[in-house]
Design a protein around this ligand. Structure first.
Ligand SMILES: NC(=O)c1ccc[n+]([C@@H]2O[C@H](COP(=O)([O-])OP(=O)(O)OC[C@H]3O[C@@H](n4cnc5c(N)ncnc54)[C@H](O)[C@@H]3O)[C@@H](O)[C@H]2O)c1
Length: 253
């Protein structure tokens, strides 16, 4: 029998969106590999539950209520992580929101909120964590989406925010790579989480357009993305920088 992977022994990992779905699975996976995890999310009870599960999986974990779109809350979340664990080695930006609407009907407030959480939130977390990642020669894994790579009908704001995450990731990888900090992104698609459970499409949705994003076989669980995030965040990916990797059951192939 092969020994269980322990790639995050003595590493400190900050995971956003950790209360649910892919973020919760990521916190648990990295904890199971020995990481000390700061679980950040808007949802107080659920993020506390995630931290408990992560600690039970083998690592140390703490929960922190944080809105990633709020610069003050982001700064104090990063400070709390460093106060508690002394450093940051890995930042996993997983928090995100999805809303569907006809593009010509989407209220600008809705567009702004999606961009604020998915793109600005990712930027703010990277910005606040980078000084610590430069010290630890750590890395970032951001969460984009297949919608950044292929038009998602009724999802213009979401796809645009996720395409922005890819550009942000590539910029950070290039700017900080020589200083020992890597940045990569995952592009999930068709993952079973609360986000994809009951999507609220417009009443006159054309499902043929939506089905262009279907996987070859079936939806998979969030642990499939967590495994990829764990790889990209680990020393196994030491020479992978500025890359984005799809985990979508070939829905774009
Ligand atoms: N599920 C999929 O098929 C899929 C596909 C592509 C990309 N993604 C991306 O993966 C990430 C995780 O999504 P999921 O499927 O696990 O969804 P989810 O809804 O289960 O989890 C998203 C988490 O983000 C948190 N969150 C939302 N706004 C926040 C904010 N302002 N500050 C802090 N936390 C906030 C939520 O509370 C929730 O816990 C998202 O970025 C999503 O866009 C998911």
């Amino acid at each position: 029998m092969t020994a269980p992977l322990r790639r995050f022994e003595d590493k400190v990992v900050l995971v956003t969106g950790a209360a649910s779905g892919i973020g919760a699975a990521t916190a648990e996976r990295l904890a199971a590999e020995g990481g000390r995890i700061l679980c950040a999310d808007l949802q107080e009870e659920a993020v506390a539950e995630s931290a408990k599960r992560a600690a039970e999986a083998g690592g140390e974990a703490e929960a922190r209520v944080t809105d990633v779109s709020d610069p003050e809350q982001v700064r104090s979340c990063v400070e709390a992580c460093v106060d508690r664990f002394g450093r940051i080695d890995v930042l996993c930006n997983v928090a995100g929101i999805l809303r569907f609407a006809h593009t010509h009907e989407m209220p600008v407030e809705e567009w702004n909120r999606i961009v604020q959480v998915n793109l600005t939130g990712t930027f703010l977390m990277c910005q606040a964590a980078l000084p610590h990642l430069l010290e630890s020669r750590g890395c970032i894994v951001n969460t984009s989406s297949t919608s950044a790579l292929k038009g998602l009908p009724y999802g213009a704001a979401y796809g645009a925010s996720k395409a922005g995450v890819l550009a942000l990731t590539a910029a950070i990888a290039t700017e900080y790579g020589r200083k020992g900090v890597r940045a990569n992104a995952v592009c999930p698609g068709s993952i079973s989480t609360p986000m994809t459970k009951d999507p609220a499409f417009p009443d006159d949705v054309n499902m043929r357009l939506v089905m262009r994003h279907s996987p070859l076989d079936e939806f998979r669980g969030p642990e499939t993305v967590a495994g990829l995030i764990a790889f990209l965040a680990s020393e196994d990916a030491a020479h992978v920088n500025g890359e984005h990797v799809r985990v979508d059951g070939a829905s774009l192939s």
